[in-house]
Design a protein around this ligand. Sequence first.
Ligand code: UD1
Length: 430
Amino acid sequence: MDRIRIVGGNELKGVIPISGAKNAALPLMIASLLTSDTLTLENVPHLADVEQLIRILGNHGVDISVNGRREKQGEGYSRTIHFTCRTIVDTTAPYELVSKMRASFWVIGPLLAREGRARVSLPGGCAIGTRPVDLFIEGLQALGATMEIDGGYINATAPKGGLIGARYTFPKVSVGATHVMLMAAALARGTTVIGNAAREPEVVDLAECLNAMGARIQGAGTSTITIEGVSALSGARHRVLPDRIETGTYAMAVAMTGGDVTLEGTRADLLETALEAIRRAGAEITSTSTGIRVVRSGGLIKPVDVVTDPFPGFPTDLQAQFMALMTRSSGVSHITETIFENRFMHVQELARLGAKISLSGQTAKIEGVQRLRGAPVMATDLRASVSLVIAGLAAEGETMVNRVYHLDRGFERLEEKLTRCGATVERVSD
Ligand code: UD1
């Protein structure tokens, strides 16, 4: 099993190209199930989760061709992938595939909208909480679907003549359930109005792509989205938006180690709240013509309190990384997690590096320490594992991060991107 070896202490200097967003690429790829034409996606990151979804979509009958030529974008890499689903050959998403990645559950929306039925295994994914599917069930029921749970599967059936537009307000904000409602309602009869919709940039990206395919969606990016159903969607060409979590992660890495790095191909408006927290911690952040520049030249890291929230709040997917940054602050900070109930597994691993963190319910209290010391640590989930990498970059000596398959799910060419900026990071294969 691969491990990542880091020798900490170097400042980061240079350019890091930001990849296409994993969390946008996944729903966009799933949207290809909605049309018999070709959906072409540019800037698709090369990640384990994307490869896994390619296998799942193939199972449903999507023909996938990856551009052999790697599209060079600055110094970065991205791929253009063509997805064509002439006919859906299987409306079942089996446990063996869905259990590996929660987002693959989202195929339930397009399968139901286009074929009138879907049998989808209940999901797996990162072990960061119970993550139920009640909102998906209620939302699709509002569109007229019958939803039954049987043997670990959800059997969903649309009424004769297809899903029917409706008004539905989510009792809680869910990114995935919003994606699924957009896709299902795009092909429903009549108008759907979704209340308390997720406002994440990835929802906007999906809505823009669906509109390019002929859907009629208004209001994405606000909490009320209106979808006028159409009878069919066509193909389109769409570019995946930049990864705001990767952007925030590297910005926090620079804030932690010190240095001067331009994050290329990304946008500040995708993560204003997180950038503001990093600024308050002591880094200078400016937008440039190619991306975002992050500079921290000496000075202490200041303690900053954050609370995770749905967009535009501080993203839960940057909580672990920000905690890593706060371990070296000059005082006491508090981080409160409101989205997932079990997302503090990085705490005890950060403690192995010398961090002083105590937990009380959903709040972590971090007392900054002067130095971290390298140690072997274990990656427990996708975002937690990258927080250990960030901490390792600022720790004295060697940090070995075990179980890096979590990192490969969401961070493209991490070692290469960091090494080019002067870090000592290498992958060790046993
Ligand atoms: C997506 C992101 C993930 C991010 C999360 C929150 C992708 C592929 N993943 O996950 O990286 O951490 O948004 O920003 O885009 N919930 C219910 N019932 C449901 C659905 C969700 O109670 O039916 C709860 C969840 O347990 C959680 C909260 O709602 O507490 C938010 O989850 P949700 O927004 O659905 O997360 P995902 O879409 O799975």
